[in-house]
Structures are given as C-alpha cells and as structure tokens.
Write a protein that binds this ligand. Sequence first.
Ligand SMILES: Nc1ncnc2c1ncn2[C@@H]1O[C@H](COP(=O)(O)OP(=O)(O)OP(=O)(O)O)[C@@H](O)[C@H]1O
Ligand SMILES: [Mg+2]
Length: 428
Amino acid sequence: MKERVVYVCDRCGYESPKWFGRCPSCGAWNSAVEVKKSEKRGKSSPSSLMKLSQISVESDDRLRVGDSVIDSILGGGFVKGQVVLLGGEPGIGKSTLALQIANHLVENGKRVLYASGEESAKQIKIRASRINVSGDILVTNDQDIDSVLKSVNGMDFLVIDSVQTFYDSDVGSIPGGIAQIRSVTSKVVEFSKKSSVVSLIIGHITKSGDIAGPKIIEHIVDTVLYFEGERTTDYRLLRVYKNRFGPSGEVGIFEMREEGLLGIENPVFVGEDLPFGNAVACVVEGSHPLIVQIQALVSKSRVPSPRRNSVGVDHNRVSAIIATMSKILKLPLDFHDVYVKVLGGLRITDPAVDLAISAAVFSSLIEMDIGRTVFMGEVGLDGMVRPPYSLRRRLETLKKSGFDELAGNFEEATMRVRSLSNLSEVIK
Ligand SMILES: Nc1ncnc2c1ncn2[C@@H]1O[C@H](COP(=O)(O)OP(=O)(O)OP(=O)(O)O)[C@@H](O)[C@H]1O
Ligand SMILES: [Mg+2]
C-alpha cells in the first residue's frame, strides 16, 4: 500500500491532487486540507464473488432495541453492520436518545461503546443517572477515530457523539470541517460493514442548514434519522429521512421528560388560546396523525414584491396557496406580506395541511379568530379542496383528543362536519 496525498476544500469538499490557495469550486481562500489516502499498488486481484442464493440471512441479523417506538420506525430494529446518522439541532435530545438506546441494548446483553468527544465521562454519568440508565455501557472520551474503532472490535453497538468532534489523523485539519467529517464517517462505515457492529453517528445541524453539517454524509450512511422539535417545548419528532433497511418517512414521537424521552401516541401540538391568525390542522406524518397549530401573519407590504415566508412547511406550497386565494377569492394578498409557521418546531409534509394554512391566512387578513375547528384537505390551484388520505385514522385521533368540529371536503357523519368542496365555501 502506498500513501497518496490529496487536497480537500474544507468548505465544499472539492478534491484535487494539487494544493490550491483558492478553491476553484467554491472560491474559498486557504481552505485546502491535506488528506492522506492509502492506495493499492500494482494490479488488483479479481473481486471475490458470491452467489446471492447461497448467502444465508438469519433473523438474528436484526438488533432489536426493545423500545417499541424506535424498533418500529427502524422497521424492526437495527440491522447488523448498519450505520445510522442521528441529526438534530443543538440541545434537542440526541445524546439522551443515544444513551437510552445504548441502555436498552446493554440490558439485552449487548456490548456497547459510547464514544463522546463532547462530554466527559462524568457528564455522561450525570445524564445517565437522571434518566435511570443503569446498564454497563462502556464510555470513552478518545476523539481519535482509529483508536475508537480498535476498541469497539468485538462489540455490538457504537455511538459517536458527535461526528463534528472526532478526527482522523490522516487528515491535516481540525475536527468539524468537511474533510474530517467525511473521513471519520467513511472509516466508521468501512469498519461497520466489516465487523457487523452497528454504529450510531450523532451530527449537529443548525437552523441555517450549515453545509459543514451532517448533510454531507447522508449518502454514505445506511439510515438517516432527524430529530425535530423545539427545545422550548416538550415534544420531539424522530423522522426517518432515509433507510436502506426499512421504510422511510416514518416518525416516532417522544416527550422530553426529566427522566428522559418517552414514546407517546397521540400528541396535540395545539395551545389553549387561538387568537386570529391561528388554525388547527390534522396531518399524517409517517403513520401518525398529528394535531398541529398553524399560524399566519398577514400584514400590509411596503415593498413592490411582497414577502412570503414559511417555517415548518414548504415555501412553494405556501406561495401557491396564497396565489390561489388571491385569484379565486379575490383577496388583496398581492399587497400583503404573508408569514406562515407550524408551531412546535415541526416540519409538515402532508398536503392536507393546505386548508388550515388558507384558513389561518384568511383569519389573519380579516382579523377574526376561527376557534378550534380542524381543517383538513389539500387545496388545488383551482381552489378545489381534496379529501385527505387516511381519513378514518385522523377522525379517530381527533375524537380521542376532543376535537369535534371539522372543515374539509369529506363525507363522514361521525362528528360535526362541514363538508366543503372548495375554498370559497370554506371562507364563507
Ligand atoms: N433536568 C432536566 N429535566 C428535563 N429535561 C432536561 C433536563 N436536563 C436536560 N433536559 C432536556 O434535555 C435536552 C438536552 O438533551 P441532550 O443533551 O440529549 O441534547 P443534545 O441534542 O445531545 O444536545 P447537544 O447539542 O448539546 O449535544 C435539553 O434541551 C432539555 O430539553
Ligand atoms: Mg449531545
């Protein structure tokens, strides 16, 4: 094996065999980082070939956690050799979740190494005591990825907390940059595939969607989980963003308690007071119906092209709804800035959220509150309202949570329902 040196831009990941003062790809100055790569010399020998029909897979190739929420969103537990990225904003609860998973596994007789570059063993112990984690989890503060991987050999599960704090000594830069994050992750992936150890890599993401975040390793890992929510509220959503070994799009819902994260069934993300500009929606994320609060602020614009801003829901969706409302309902929205927000730090992908967005926008425009009526339905560009899918499950959830007034285009007589097939009827 011969060592080859390449230069990697620590900003954008551009790679070149020659040193560069300014990155030809992103234009950053002094961002070149020296990375040593081992290279096989001479002719490669033929790859070893295996017949798929002769590879045996035992059911024991799944590593069940023993927590129903986590096992179910993973499609039945971890798969041996799987590498999972757990991303989320600072303070959201990533370390807590990792420690709880580690504890479940240790209680099932598995051997776990928790490698933390962020917290001392004492700090981990303090959290462990608070959330009643008692199992024998091994802990290290070593940040050299090669040493960590050597120590975890023969175990079942590895936590890297967080990828931004570990380093590969072959890379000549400090931890946290693109070159290090990518190299550390590649080493973990290579190791996991060879050894069958399951690795959980924690990565910080920031609200601004920092590029030096875990986004750059999404494609190298098998599974990507994102923890959503706001530090100021107790609910957390764990979303499967990608999964090579199970369904993606699934979510798990937790409540952050003093004693740790607790899986919950029917969360209601709606406050007590709903002044004008608020509307309630029932959306399905993964297989969970969620009752959420949508807020809109409509204010006179001082600029020629008014602002459209959205948090927690796709920007283009909101723009299309506003344009439809202007055109079909002849509302003066072209002269107003419109801000839309999903409360609780949630990100909604279900199109049935449209009707509640329309209702919140209208409510803010005319400054009239609309109470606790639940709006469900996708709004077409023609102003027609489509019924939501999984209606029965939504209705069950609403009933359990005490919401009994609905607006949307559907024919179910179980509650006080206003069946409305288009936007004009809704607004009336
Ligand atoms: N005593 C406590 N009671 C209730 N909740 C607590 C308590 N201490 C911490 N928490 C919760 O735990 C969260 C922090 O959890 P954790 O450290 O697992 O997050 P993290 O995502 O790993 O954060 P970091 O980005 O700092 O690594 C806090 O935001 C808070 O919600
Ligand atoms: Mg942490």
